[in-house]
Design a protein around this ligand. Structure first.
Ligand code: PLP
Length: 388
């Protein structure tokens, strides 16, 4: 008999994934499908990073690596965070993890006792409810609305936190799927709610290098927040290193010390040659990051032009991340209906809004992850389809 902790992981994870799997099955059967589904940069990891990975592996960095992360990498991550946020950060605030996903799990393990309520903002990244459940906590959604730019309302968060006695609030800005960048006032409001309720703010900032409009603010930098904020970071999106599984958690020293024990008993760290490559990625060449982000910026601008030529599919105004969030409510179709029909008729796969929570049923998420000409063609086909 399997534990309910394991069997409940998909619960609340959102519908609509059948479209993703249908697209994959078609592709496996040899049918060409234009996939605009998952958040995976189409650029491969930079050859210089791979060269360093190879060098490190052949130099023998293939044994067990020190669990919290090699000191030089922890220092480099701490320096990056200090420089970008102004919050003094040392290696003792850093745990190197196998991707941001593992850091999300670790943060909820640190913040929540079994059965505690953990708040998340909807629409949300697809694994959030399952990650919270895996950590033994109970996810509670707080909906956001398109007319408020998908920003959470701190008063609503306060109500929900009181009602549930929450131990943590998970925020994600720049946001997947909406692309929203939360303004300072919103983050200040949320920080105040977390302080008043004496709970943790878990800030998922894996898209912090993909800022197209406005400014990214890490809530850890707000007054008094370094003590109650845990930040998720990753090289998956910033350096096209999704498959290398390398990310980090930033937290107060005491939390990191406890989480090193968690890592010792679960992941046992990240391969040394991957850590060496990550160190290279973070310290050797400032051009690596903008090089990965640039195609998304370009395609987003291209999309704005294409979508301005029609008035059926709306583009949700966004500030960052590698997606378009499209408003298809004018078609009268749900996200699932639209995405399924688009796949059947045009072999174009997008994510229905429902995959990110039921309140996003009238929306689609389109990843900016195929070459410009094919991307423009697919988006033009999508808008033409919406008009029929
Ligand atoms: N957080 C968000 C919002 C994401 O979109 C993703 C990946 O898509 C992750 C975390 C996990 O990324 P990784 O585990 O590859 O670092």
């Amino acid at each position: 008999i399997l534990s309910t902790r394991i069997t409940s992981l998909n619960a609340g994870g959102g519908d609509g994934w059948e479209i993703f799997y249908k697209a994959r099955a078609l592709r496996t059967a040899g049918v060409p499908v234009t996939e605009l589904t998952i958040g995976e940069p189409d650029e491969r990891t930079d050859p210089a990073i791979l060269t360093e990975m190879h060098r490190a592996a052949t130099a023998g960095h293939t044994g067990y690596a020190i669990v919290p992360g090699i000191p030089a990498l922890r220092d480099a991550i701490a320096a990056r965070v200090t420089e970008r946020t102004g919050v003094p950060t040392t290696r003792d605030n850093v745990l190197v993890t196998p991707g941001g996903q593992s850091a999300l799990f670790a943060a909820h393990m640190a913040a929540c006792n079994p059965g505690d309520a953990a708040l998340m903002i909807e629409p949300h990244y697809v694994t959030y409810p399952g990650t919270i459940r895996a950590a033994g906590a109970i996810p509670h959604s707080i909906e956001t609305r398109p007319e408020h730019s998908f920003f959470p309302d701190p008063a609503e968060v306060r109500r929900k936190a009181r009602q549930t006695g929450a131990s943590a609030l998970l925020v994600n800005s720049p946001n997947n799927p909406t692309g929203a960048i939360y303004p300072r006032a919103t983050l200040e409001g949320l920080a105040e709610v977390a302080c008043d309720g004496d709970f943790w703010l878990i800030s998922d900032e894996v898209y912090d290098t993909q800022i197209w409009e406005g400014e990214h603010l890490s809530p850890r930098a707000l007054p008094g927040m370094a003590e109650r904020t845990m930040v998720i970071g990753s090289l998956s999106k910033s350096h096209a290193m999704t498959g290398s599984r390398i990310g980090w958690l930033i937290a107060p020293e005491a939390a990191i010390a406890a989480l090193i024990d968690l890592a010792t008993n679960t992941t046992y760290g990240v391969p040394g040659y991957i850590q060496d490559a990550a160190l290279y990625a973070l310290t050797s060449d400032d051009a690596l990051e903008p090089r990965v982000a640039e195609p998304f910026r370009r395609r987003r601008a291209q999309a704005q032009e294409i979508l301005a030529r029609q008035n059926i599919v709306g583009l949700v105004p966004s500030g960052g991340a590698m997606y378009l969030f499209l408003d298809i409510r004018a078609t009268g179709l749900s996200g699932i209906e639209f995405a399924d029909a688009l796949l059947d008729t045009h072999r174009i796969a997008v994510m229905p809004g429902e995959s990110f929570g039921p309140s996003a049923a009238g929306f689609l998420r389109v990843a900016l992850t195929i070459p410009d000409d094919r991307f423009a063609e697919a988006l033009t086909t999508l808008t033409g389809f919406a008009a029929t």
